[in-house]
Design a protein around this ligand. Structure first.
Ligand SMILES: *[C@@H]1O[C@H](CO)[C@@H](O)[C@H](O)[C@H]1NC(C)=O
Ligand SMILES: *[C@@H]1O[C@H](CO)[C@@H](O)[C@H](O)[C@H]1NC(C)=O
Ligand SMILES: *[C@@H]1O[C@H](CO)[C@@H](O)[C@H](O)[C@H]1NC(C)=O
Ligand SMILES: *[C@@H]1O[C@H](CO)[C@@H](O)[C@H](O)[C@H]1NC(C)=O
Ligand SMILES: *[C@@H]1O[C@H](CO)[C@@H](O)[C@H](O)[C@H]1NC(C)=O
Length: 472
């Protein structure tokens, strides 16, 4: 009965879509057949994506997309603004169109926080190592792409990336639970502080690998090695199939692994491994990791050569606004791998083309007849409203997929010795504080809380003492 019903429903839907496709506005709007066509398509996609950004209007906050959802200000968390900045730093690199550079520079500099480390007090409540990491990676990308430098009296791209790295490498962020690794959240009081996850560590690994290649300072590569090894040893990366899992909790010694696979985890490790391969001038170990992660990524996330966000995409409404933006990063990161590990180029470009074509094909929605949705492999536009988003992540991913097809036309990521123009500061981030003193005066409730804590600590000590005495 159920299957009968769904069959007739499906037939009805197909009929409806067939009628829909007769309406001219559902005609494909974007051509990606030649580099010029790609540039034209990317220009329109970039224009449309910018319409979601309010940060350069008077009274609005530069650098962020409307949000955060926790304050009912929009669908997007702070980190996604950083990811958007990176998407436009690449847009400029790929197309040469500088139209948005001033908007991006302003946003990148506005969100650095008072210590120039991408830990702005306004976003402490959602400050994960990964959130900070996304901003840091966009700063790193600006250095690698030779994005125009900020004014001299402002922090420089490379120094910002180093600040993020240094705060994450500091002893404060590394404890012995689970034998190492970064926690998800930075402030102790944030929910998720007890979770050690792949994305937080993948961002740190990735920044380490890139800073090593850019500066040739091996402090960075040692951290990158160590972090990758930890992810491997703890079992977040499957040893046979190179599936990349989400994370686990410190109170279970990280053995309760949540096996959800998100595309950006695997792609970010692949991207970092490609930097390590290139930095080590072709080390066999990193080549194996690149090949296996690439194989796994294509196997798990590109059925029919089209990006598909496995853990949620099968069910409309199951992907969060965060997840809806992942395909774009995956495309951009894959495109860079073609530069760093040239032997992978043909294989990757082939997939990027089929996937970007699918992305572009479904951008036929809205008033303009060219808005983009999230369901690339379906071949038809699905309104982002089904996922309860305004559509910024959908637009950003399509822009990323189309513009990064131009990777064959541009320079590989620069380094200090191959034309890089960004000035670093190895000590950046040294003034940072993970758990700043609360600004509010201590209240009775806090005192009561502190008293309870003291009591519990005393009880624990006495308990341990009692247990030890008992043991003797
Ligand atoms: C914001 O940036 C866009 C894109 O560069 C530009 O078209 C628009 O005029 C800017 N708005 C303001 C208020 O500066
Ligand atoms: C912090 O948030 C407040 C309130 O939304 C806003 O007025 C201010 O501009 C923000 N500061 C920064 C640096 O983003
Ligand atoms: C590293 O990247 C450069 C720039 O794309 C490339 O020319 C070189 O062949 C790469 N090195 C290796 C070992 O593949
Ligand atoms: C490269 O790094 C060296 C050593 O840190 C530094 O002195 C030099 O200024 C850097 N070159 C560029 C182009 O940034
Ligand atoms: C290398 O990086 C480390 C970590 O940031 C720093 O302490 C050290 O000074 C750097 N070395 C050089 C030569 O820049």
């Amino acid at each position: 009965m159920l299957s009968l019903l769904s069959t007739s429903l499906a037939q009805w839907l197909v009929a409806l879509l067939a009628v829909g496709s007769l309406i001219p506005t559902t005609q494909a709007q974007y051509n990606i057949d030649t580099p010029d066509a790609i540039r034209n398509s990317a220009r329109t996609l970039a224009y449309d994506m910018m319409l979601f950004y309010q940060g350069n209007k008077s009274g609005e906050i530069p650098g962020i997309l409307p949000g955060p959802p926790t304050e009912h200000k929009g669908d997007y968390y702070w980190w996604e603004g950083g990811a958007m900045m990176g998407t436009y730093i690449d847009y400029w690199h790929f197309t040469g169109d500088p139209s948005y550079n001033h908007v991006i520079t302003e946003g990148m500099l506005h969100q650095t926080g008072p210590n120039d480390d991408y830990m702005p007090p306004n976003h402490t409540a959602s400050l994960g190592n990964d959130d900070q990491g996304f901003w840091g990676m966009s700063a790193m990308l600006a250095a690698e792409n030779k994005f125009p430098n900020p004014p001299e009296d402002k922090p420089q791209w490379l120094a910002l990336a180093q600040a993020v790295f240094n705060t994450q490498a500091s002893p404060e962020r590394h404890d012995e639970t689970c034998g190492g690794g970064l926690r998800w959240q930075v402030p102790i009081s944030n929910m998720g502080y007890n979770y050690k996850n792949t994305i937080a560590n993948a961002c740190f690994f990735n920044l380490g690998a890139r800073l090593a290649r850019y500066t040739r300072n091996e402090t960075y590569s040692k951290w990158a090695e160590k972090t990758f090894d930890w992810l491997w040893d703890i079992g977040y990366i499957d040893h046979e199939e190179y599936r990349v899992y989400d994370g686990a909790h410190v109170e279970h010694d990280c053995t309760d692994i949540n096996k959800a696979q998100f595309s950006y985890n695997a792609a970010l490790l692949l991207h970092g491994a490609a930097f390590m391969y290139n930095y080590t001038d072709g080390a066999a170990k990193w080549r194996t990791r690149v090949d296996k992660l690439l194989e796994g990524l294509f196997r798990d996330f590109f059925p029919e050569g089209i990006a598909f966000e496995v853990p949620c995409e099968g069910r409309q409404g199951a992907c969060t606004a965060d997840m809806i933006s992942f395909k774009g990063y995956v495309h951009r990161w894959l495109s860079v791998v073609t530069k760093l590990v040239p032997e992978t180029s043909d294989r990757i470009l082939k997939v990027l083309r089929t996937s970007a074509a699918a992305a572009a094909r479904q951008c036929t929605g809205g008033d303009t007849g060219r808005r983009c949705g999230f369901y690339w492999s379906g071949g038809v536009y699905v309104d982002p409203a089904v996922d309860k988003t305004s559509g910024a992540g959908e637009a950003m991913s399509a822009l990323a997929a189309v513009s990064s097809l131009l990777v064959t036309e541009v320079d590989p990521p620069a380094t200090n010795t191959t034309g890089g123009i960004s000035k670093g500061d190895p000590n950046a981030g040294s003034r940072s504080k993970d758990n700043p003193e609360p600004l509010a005066p201590i209240t009775t409730a806090d005192r009561a809380g502190a008293a309870i804590l003291t009591f519990l600590m005393l009880a624990a000590i006495m308990g341990a003492w009692g247990w030890m005495s008992f043991g003797e």
